[in-house]
Design a protein around this ligand. Structure first.
Ligand SMILES: Nc1ncnc2c1ncn2[C@@H]1O[C@H](COP(=O)(O)OP(=O)(O)OP(=O)(O)O)[C@@H](O)[C@H]1O
Length: 453
């Protein structure tokens, strides 16, 4: 196996001899006479591996190793150490060197180590690529950066990942909020710890508190054993609270306390337990509006949203539609061992659609096309996209010419939902598409009544 190798040594004669030995062994060698020059050539030439002397005047070989590992952990680095400097060799291995070679070394020993390093590097890259492809198929891969807007978002996410600041990710459903949260976790110093995701909208209201903070045995009917809860499950890692805007007000107060004090109190326990987590949150709701309606605590909003990250809807970044569609098509075609492409008409159809379900909808459409495709080219009709919304039909809401009262309309809808649900507020809130506590707030506001689930 041959490849491009960056060789860094400040000893001119050693550099010449080693470079000659490696070139005649089939490697394409790039020579650098200092650590600084090595790093700049590393960026420019993107070699497949690096061999560096550990003792360099100026930037040390260990510093070069650390910097390369930070830039690209998949590139194998071999360090050359002087005879007897075993501590340095051990340190280099700890910092992620592939191996070390002690001077004086034979030509064959060096060539053999370099060949093994190249093989390992190639395997690691392939492994990462396959993992990423599998993750993309599962919808959990690295976000594709296909527009300046996305480039900006990903670069901000990468920057904030390094801090411990809580991040609030907002955007319509399917825009990639969870993908962004995963990216922040992966790029943070907590990447070795767990990433625990909680969908706050999916937990029944009476269980949210115990789900988050845990409970002790006997705390309530059904609490047959102690449960640690999601905060403690995320210890040392990241807790991602998805749909935080749907959290009931009572739990919001407890959440605020847990974040401020960095400790939780399991349901039914008097004991507080310290918690070391980094908090990421997401919502598709307008939290400013929820605050003004009394449905979301303002103090919590400021606490969770130290860094706000807003992902625009796909229709507002149309230059991403085709690159994303092609990316998904390639992934699904690869999964099925086929070659697939969109025709020009299909590409036009994709670009013209408004994608109310954002990237999730696009991904689903592409997957359906990939499954149903009879031949290699997918045409516009194969997309089976619904047309743009037309004028409201007879049954839809119409804006009257005059006399519209939004509060009246709202009360009327609430009344209808309560009638249909037999007065059950949980069911009525689902019919209206709002969290239960928002419905309760409106019922109080309008002096209306309804019964609990
Ligand atoms: N930039 C991107 N590159 C590739 N895939 C993406 C990107 N953004 C989102 N996706 C894909 O779109 C789908 C929806 O993404 P995600 O679940 O992160 O959205 P969301 O905003 O969290 O949605 P919801 O609010 O409904 O939970 C996933 O399959 C995800 O893999």
């Amino acid at each position: 196996m041959t490849g491009t190798l960056l060789l860094i040594d400040d000893d001119e004669s050693l550099l010449t001899v080693t470079s000659h030995n490696l070139s005649t062994g089939g490697f394409a060698v790039i020579e650098a006479r200092s650590g600084e020059e090595g790093l700049s050539l590393f960026e420019k030439e993107q070699p497949d591996m690096v061999v560096t002397d550990v003792k360099l005047s100026g930037m040390s070989g260990l510093a070069v190793l650390a910097s390369i590992k930070e830039k690209n952990p998949d590139i194998p680095v071999i360090v050359i150490t002087a005879h007897g400097s075993i501590e340095l060799a051990v340190e280099a291995m700890k910092q992620g060197a592939f191996t070390f070679i002690t001077k004086p070394f034979s030509r064959d020993a060096l060539r053999l180590s370099c060949r093994k390093a190249l093989e390992m590097g190639a395997l690691q890259r392939k492994n990462r690529q396959l993992t990423d492809e599998i993750e993309t198929m599962r919808g959990k891969g690295t976000p594709l950066v296909a527009s300046p807007v996305m480039e900006q978002l990903v670069s901000t996410a990468r920057r904030v990942a390094r801090s411990e600041a809580p991040v609030l990710i907002t955007g319509e459903s399917g825009t990639g909020k969870e993908v962004m949260a995963r990216l922040i976790h992966r790029e943070s110093s907590r990447a070795g710890g767990p990433l625990i995701t909680v969908n706050c909208a999916a937990i029944p209201e009476n269980l949210v508190e115990s789900e988050l903070f845990g409970h002790v045995k006997g705390a309530f009917t059904g609490a047959v054993s102690d449960q640690p809860g999601k905060f403690r499950a995320a210890e040392g890692g990241t807790l991602f609270l998805d749909e935080i805007g749907d959290l009931p007000l009572g739990v919001q107060a407890k959440l605020l306390r847990a974040i401020q004090e960095k400790e939780v109190e399991p349901v039914g326990s008097q004991k507080v337990i310290p918690c070391d987590i980094r908090l990421l949150s997401a919502t598709h709701r307008d939290l400013a509006e929820a605050i003004s309606e009394g449905a979301f605590r303002e103090d919590l909003f400021y606490r969770i949203g130290v860094v706000p990250l807003h992902i625009p809807a796909l229709r507002d970044r149309p230059d991403e539609i085709l690159p994303l569609a092609n990316h998904f098509l390639e992934t699904f075609a690869l999964r099925d061992g086929r070659t697939l492409a969109f025709s020009k008409g299909a590409a036009r159809g994709l670009a013209a659609h408004s994608w109310p379900g954002n990237i999730r909808e696009l991904r689903n459409v592409v997957e359906r096309c990939a499954i149903l495709a009879v031949d290699e080219v997918i045409d516009a009709p194969d997309l089976a996209l619904a047309g743009p919304p037309s004028e409201p039909s007879a049954g839809a809401f119409r804006l009257p010419d005059e006399g519209l009262s939004l509060p009246d309309l709202e009360q009327d809808l609430i009344r209808q939902a309560l009638v249909r649900s037999g007065g059950n507020r949980s069911q009525a809130s689902r019919l209206l598409g709002v969290p239960r506590h928002v419905l309760i707030y409106r019922l109080e506001k309008y002096g209306m009544t309804g019964q609990d689930a």
